[in-house]
Design a protein around this ligand. Structure first.
Ligand code: PEP
Ligand code: MG
Length: 558
């Protein structure tokens, strides 16, 4: 194991603690695996495993409470179902090993559930989870998913899907380290939202053993196995000094000469409101509504949506809500793309999905209009993944039909930036999604760690597209914010200001840094930095050239 593992730091801060690897898939026991001959002992082993899984699920339910408790109690009942036990013992009596017998018995239940209508078919995933837990006990391997741990830990994984992380206990996770993912992957976004250090694209991290103490530096991207006490103390001291420099800025965003730059938060639901307010967000610039419904197999009711939206709309004077952005890196089971798309990131995703599921969009727009009714909030609604003027027109028309007056679009596809003037004639505002815009500009999947360099938002080609979109919006008298992760980079935030964007929206914890950086420069300095960056021929050159025009960064330790 090398002394230092290197990846890309995507969420600043320092943490030290024991590694807990995310457990992978539980293997299917071989079809011909037989027990040694003592069927009685094998039956007892199988039934004890099922019982242990049932007890464990009940205990987790009691801890979680609420709706989760009902789901876990239902799963515990599956584990303890007498019919299932009968199927298991029959198979063991026929000579099969306990793991294989359990696996096959669940298969019988699974087939019955799949045939029993849509609601029951949706329980198949829960059943599979119970099966995997029982097989894992019998094979002596870790249960699937996020590991259990009584003490806080550093979560190490290949990558984290939003569905894996929805149930994470933030008090338990000290840091994330993943082998895959880039600066805009959802691991990175989640880590920044939770305020925990994170390193992605860390090629060797899967070699870290369970329990090894590691020091994770989410700014430098370094992961140190077995650090000394002194190394840990020094790292904490340096991170503390940086944090202290930031705590001093509050108030609305503006340059040193008073050019307003509203600083807004990216959120995934009501649970993120508190952190956004605590970090001084002036409003919400991106409410990723799909984050509310990850892991759901049925579409949420309009009433359920309305109450989640209202909880956010009540908290801020201005909120930009994005309609469901399903597909590719954010799959929603109730909004499935067509089968067998060879390249989901280029398939029916985002706004395109509503062609095959139109009722979901109109339902969401209705729920949003009702949620804002009677509140003193500026509700802006925008669509993800818009390609052209025709899509913009039809989305704006759908918003108007629902009584929504501020209808905008995300600029995430190069075509939309190139023809921004056409789109600005249709939309009330733009919001630049630089994460996807980088992905599509460089034809580099944002989830592939090895391609992380293409996700670098300092690439001059990306800055050119930002300038095009911002210029077209200004000419049409419309706002053009940035809500991709680029907005959360303090130096780049100054460059974006200089490029003419009208607001910056980011993970809440990036706000103090960005506020300080923007306040330390005049609009003119920001413009000069933007011009210098665009004259460069690569991302590093752009960064260096811009920083030379931004002397206020260094005193802030940035
Ligand atoms: C983006 O693509 O920049 C964006 C803000 O949307 P998401 O990261 O949710 O795809
Ligand atoms: Mg996007």
């Amino acid at each position: 194991m090398p002394e230092v593992l290197r990846g890309t730091g995507v969420s600043p801060g320092v943490a030290a603690g024991p590694v807990r690897p995310m457990s992978g898939a539980v293997p299917e026991p071989p079809a011909d695996q037989r027990h040694a001959g003592d069927a009685h002992a094998e039956r007892a082993r199988a039934l004890a495993a099922l019982d242990a899984v049932g007890a464990d699920l009940e205990e987790r339910g009691a801890q979680a409470g609420g709706e989760a408790q009902d789901v876990l109690a239902a799963q515990a009942m599956m584990a303890r179902d007498p019919g299932l036990a009968g199927l298991v013992t029959d198979r063991i009596d026929d000579g099969l090993s306990a793991p294989r017998a359990v696996y096959e018995a669940f298969g019988v239940f699974r087939a019955a559930l799949s045939r029993a209508g849509e609601y029951m078919a949706a329980r198949v995933a829960d059943l599979d989870d119970v099966r995997d837990r029982a097989v894992a006990v019998l094979l002596g391997v870790g249960a699937p998913g996020v590991p259990d741990s009584d003490e806080p830990f550093v979560l190490v994984a290949r990558d984290l899907a939003p569905a894996d992380t929805a149930l994470l206990d933030p008090a338990k996770v000290l840091a994330f380290v993943t082998r895959d993912g880039g600066p805009t992957s959802h691991t990175a976004i989640l880590a920044r939202a939770m305020g925990v250090p994170a390193v992605v694209a860390c090629g060797d991290c899967m070699d870290l053993r369970d329990g090894t103490i590691v020091l994770v530096d989410g700014a430098s991207g370094e992961v140190r196995p077995d650090p000394t006490e002194q190394v840990i103390a020094d790292a904490h001291a340096a991170a503390g000094a940086r944090a202290a420099a930031l705590d001093v800025t509050t108030g609305p965003g503006a340059t040193a000469d008073g050019h307003r730059m509203p600083l807004l938060a990216n959120i995934g639901g009501p649970k993120d409101v508190e952190a956004a307010l605590a970090c001084g967000a002036e409003g919400v610039g991106l409410f990723r509504t799909e984050f509310l419904f990850l892991g759901r197999t049925t579409a949420p009711s309009e009433e359920e949506q309305e109450s989640a939206y209202r909880a956010v709309l009540e908290a801020f004077p201005s909120v930009v809500v994005r309609t469901l952005d399903a597909g590719a890196d954010k799959p929603l089971a109730f909004l499935p793309p067509p089968d067998d798309e060879p390249n989901p990131a280029l398939g029916e995703r985002g706004l395109r999905l509503f062609d095959s599921h139109p009722g979901v969009l109109t339902g969401q727009l209705r729920a949003l209009a009702r949620a804002a009714d009677g509140l003193d909030v500026e509700l802006h609604v925008m669509a993800p993944m818009v390609a052209d003027a025709a899509e913009t027109r039809s989305f704006v028309a759908a918003c108007r039909a629902a009584g929504l007056t501020r209808a905008g679009i995300m600029i995430e596809i190069p075509a939309a930036a190139l023809r921004a003037a056409d789109l600005a004639a249709e939309a009330d505002f733009f919001s630049l999604g630089t994460n996807d815009l980088a992905q599509y500009t460089f034809a580099a999947d944002r989830q592939i760690g090895g391609l992380a360099r293409f996700q670098d938002p300092w690439q001059p080609a990306l800055l050119d597209l930002v300038a095009l979109a911002a210029g077209a919006a200004t000419a049409a008298g419309k706002d053009c914010g940035v809500c991709g992760e680029a907005a959360g980079d303090p130096a780049l935030a100054c460059v974006l200001t200089g490029l003419g964007v009208t607001s910056l929206s980011m993970s809440a914890r990036s706000l103090p840094l960005v506020r300080a950086a923007v306040a330390a420069h005049t609009l003119d300095q920001c413009r000069r930095a933007a011009e210098a960056a665009r004259r460069a021929t690569d991302a590093d050159g752009a960064r260096t050239a811009a920083r030379a025009e931004l002397p206020g960064l260094e005193p802030l330790g940035l």
